[in-house]
Design a protein around this ligand. Structure first.
Ligand code: PLP
Length: 392
């Protein structure tokens, strides 16, 4: 037998293990140092009350014969699909519930969606980028072309007459840069994809952080997107579901490639390889979309965004250039004095006891940048930024 040799083509993911190693070494030699981590991409606030109440109620239902549930539909319960369809409707996007697939998170769907496409396709991936897009395509042995996201294009690359690819990834608001596409930018991608027959995988994991309603939360707010785009969403950062696990993916009926509706293919893929998200979790997710749930998650998002504002304000005072942090929990700063990502990382760790994520770990265009996240505790963030600006 032969194994999937493509595993050998993956680069070891040194980024987070290198960070952990450096932090551990530093702590071993400075046991009293108070190290603050602004590198984590995980939330820190607990699930909101509406979600917890709904999950407790659902748990009790599972313990009674009359209300117990076994296997559910692979694509999710209709109560949750309907709640999500209503959420889209508020933004003027009409979806049929058969187009909404409940998942255990965006990461799985981003990888699994590739089952629908030939390995002969080329994936077009922005750089810097959320590393999952790259690695899932390497595993499939697909060719990858990179799109440069840099200061010149505001970290928002656009297609031109030379842009070629079959599966294009767009993440807006972006991890790691925090940049957000406006309607005109997304329209250019939609028109390009419809013209050449490519499929856009639109990652909207951070849509709930957008505070300016003139910016699109969903690609389906753009005319023409239903015939070229799949949208992948997550409750991880929106509602603190990183450990609870729930997301949803939209595959419109009108998205047809090779004469086949991708919605039908995805349904077949999910019913073959996936057995659905737990009932208890889906009830918790449903509560996110109630009025009370929306109020509560918005309070948590506002907390993180205020953290981001505090970081941005301090960087501004210190004259450190940065972007992001407004419609995103990520702040993408330019390392001062022309330092490389790792040089600045080492300086912050050693002299300020603050940990960021070196931008170079997200792709070649990330060199010279560092990502800070706003998911931490307010007091610790204030302390960290004071230390960063003192260092300047
Ligand atoms: N997409 C992006 C851009 C992310 O940053 C992340 C998580 O950090 C995910 C998807 C994964 O989300 P989930 O927790 O739903 O798998």
């Amino acid at each position: 037998m032969r194994i999937n040799e493509n595993y050998g083509n993956l680069k070891e993911n040194y980024l987070f293990s290198d960070i952990a190693r450096k932090v551990n070494e530093y702590k071993a030699s400075h046991p009293d140092a108070d190290v603050i981590r602004l590198g984590i991409g995980d939330v820190t606030l607990p699930l909101c009350k509406s979600v917890v109440d709904a999950m407790v109620k659902a748990t009790l239902e599972m313990g009674k014969k009359e209300t117990f549930r076994g296997y559910g539909d692979e694509q999710g319960y209709s109560f949750l699909q309907e709640a999500i369809a209503d959420y889209y409707k508020k933004r003027g996007v009409a979806l049929d519930i058969s187009e909404i697939f409940i998942s255990d998170g965006a990461k799985s769907d981003l990888g699994n969606m590739l089952d629908l496409f030939s390995t002969d396709n080329t994936a077009l991936i922005p750089d810097p980028v959320y590393p999952v897009y790259v690695d899932t395509n390497i595993l499939a042995g697909r060719k990858i072309a990179f799109l440069n996201a840099n200061e010149e294009n505001g970290f928002l690359p656009l297609p031109d007459e030379n842009t070629k690819g079959d599966i294009v990834y767009i993440c807006s608001p972006n991890n790691p840069t925090g940049a957000v596409y406006d309607r005109e930018g997304l329209k250019k991608w939609v028109d390009w994809a419809n013209a050449c027959g490519a499929v856009i995988l639109f990652d909207a994991a951070y849509e709930a952080f957008i505070s300016d309603d003139s910016l699109p939360h969903s690609i389906y707010e753009i005319e023409g997107a239903r015939t070229c785009a799949v949208e992948v969403c997550s409750l991880s950062k929106t509602a603190g579901f990183t450990g609870t696990r729930c997301g949803y993916t939209v595959v419109p009926e009108a998205l047809i490639r090779g004469g086949k509706p991708l919605r039908k293919m995805w349904l077949r893929r999910q019913t073959t390889k996936f057995n659905g998200v737990p009932y208890i979790v889906q009830r918790g997710a449903e509560a996110v979309f109630t009025d009370a749930g929306q109020r509560e998650i918005k309070e948590n998002i506002a907390y993180y965004k205020e953290n981001a504002r505090i970081i941005a304000d301090a960087l501004g005072r210190a004259g450190i250039a940065f972007s992001g942090g407004v419609h995103s929990p990520y702040i993408w700063l330019k390392c001062p004095g022309g330092m490389t990502s790792w040089e600045y990382f080492d300086l912050l760790l050693n002299k300020a006891n603050v940990v960021g994520t070196p931008g170079a770990g997200f792709g070649k265009n990330g060199e010279g940048y560092l990502r800070l996240t706003a998911f931490g505790d307010r007091g610790r963030i204030k302390e960290a930024v004071e230390r960063i600006i003192k260092l300047k």
